[in-house]
Design a protein around this ligand. Structure first.
Ligand SMILES: Cc1cc2nc3c(=O)[nH]c(=O)nc-3n(C[C@H](O)[C@H](O)[C@H](O)COP(=O)(O)O)c2cc1C
Length: 279
């Protein structure tokens, strides 16, 4: 692992002034956070049950809204179910090949059952009930990823499970008020992976009031900087039939092409069918 300054420079493709923290408390934790990489190719080595149990414990140490703890983790172990899930997303072969596949779900069911058990009304049956469970689950998954990386493992979250939400719910028997947030591939990485260049804090962090008036030039600079580190090859340009081959194909061109395709139209219907009131 490099110095904090090296790691931050790799993360943003530009120097970040963090030198004063190199020898400070928690520098190893900060370095681990800066070093995050998604992994999609794994060794066949199994993940020990004891390791998994440690990762669950770390994951469930994440903060939880009002201590309501509204998440569920399904470990998909049965080979038939694993295969059925992998076959839904053949373009992501890491789903079928990773040693462990988990499904992180928002769980608003448990607290509602407890309300029945304790004979109290569940009074907040609106969009916030869904959002709280989704946020709790994302935090649990992030803690899991951070812990896994600290233990030498690699992860790849899979939101594409939501493109097949009914089948995924069938395969894993999700009841009402439980919904998939993301899958997670886990295993020992087969290669070191690479650091993905992030938008700089000056775009994301606002002082006192939201201000994106400089976004066009800031994004141009980011596109150029990112392209200098990794150039997306021409054959990886998306949807060239619709948008043509771009001479300069930066992050913003790639991402706007990606989101120009509508998907997951059935998410709201799934949530309503599974008991959520989204008003
Ligand atoms: C909520 C979430 C869902 C994701 N879904 C997928 C996915 O379906 N398939 C995939 O290959 N990667 C997926 N990823 C991984 C992202 O593509 C990856 O995090 C992003 O490209 C940034 O790279 P990095 O994590 O290495 O910094 C997902 C990541 C997150 C946080």
């Amino acid at each position: 692992m490099g110095t904090l300054a090296d790691l931050a420079a790799q993360r943003f493709g530009m120097d970040v002034d963090v030198a004063e923290f190199e020898a400070g408390p928690g520098a190893d934790v900060l370095a681990a956070l800066l070093s995050h990489r998604t992994h999609r190719r794994f060794l066949d080595d199994p993940v020990a049950e004891e390791t998994l149990n440690l990762l669950y414990a770390c994951a469930l140490s994440a903060p939880a809204k009002s201590d309501l703890q509204q998440s569920a983790i399904i470990r998909v172990q049965d080979p038939g179910r694993r295969r059925a899930i992998a076959e839904l997303m053949p373009e992501m072969n890491w789903i079928g090949t990773c040693p462990v596949f988990l499904l992180f779900c928002g769980d608003s069911r448990r607290i509602r059952k407890l309300c029945q058990l304790r004979e109290h009304p569940f009074a907040n049956d609106h969009l916030d009930a869904f959002l709280n469970a989704a946020v709790d689950t994302a935090l649990v998954m992030q803690n899991f990823i951070t812990a896994a990386e600290a233990a030498g493992l690699g992860c790849c979250p899979i939101s594409v499970v939501r493109n097949h939400i009914d089948r995924i719910a069938d395969i894993t028997s999700l009841p009402d008020h439980v919904f998939p947030v993301a899958g997670l591939c886990l295993g020992y990485p087969a290669h070191p992976g690479f650091t993905s260049t992030r938008l700089p804090p000056e775009i994301i962090v606002h002082t006192d009031q939201y201000d994106d008036s400089r976004l066009p030039e800031q994004i141009d600079a980011y596109d150029q900087r990112r392209n200098g580190i990794y150039t997306i090859p021409p054959e990886k340009q998306r949807m060239t039939a619709a948008y043509g081959k771009a001479d300069f194909y930066g992050w913003s061109e790639d991402k706007t092409r990606q989101v120009s395709v509508r998907e997951r139209d059935d998410l709201t219907a799934y949530l309503r069918r599974h008991g959520f009131c989204l008003d």
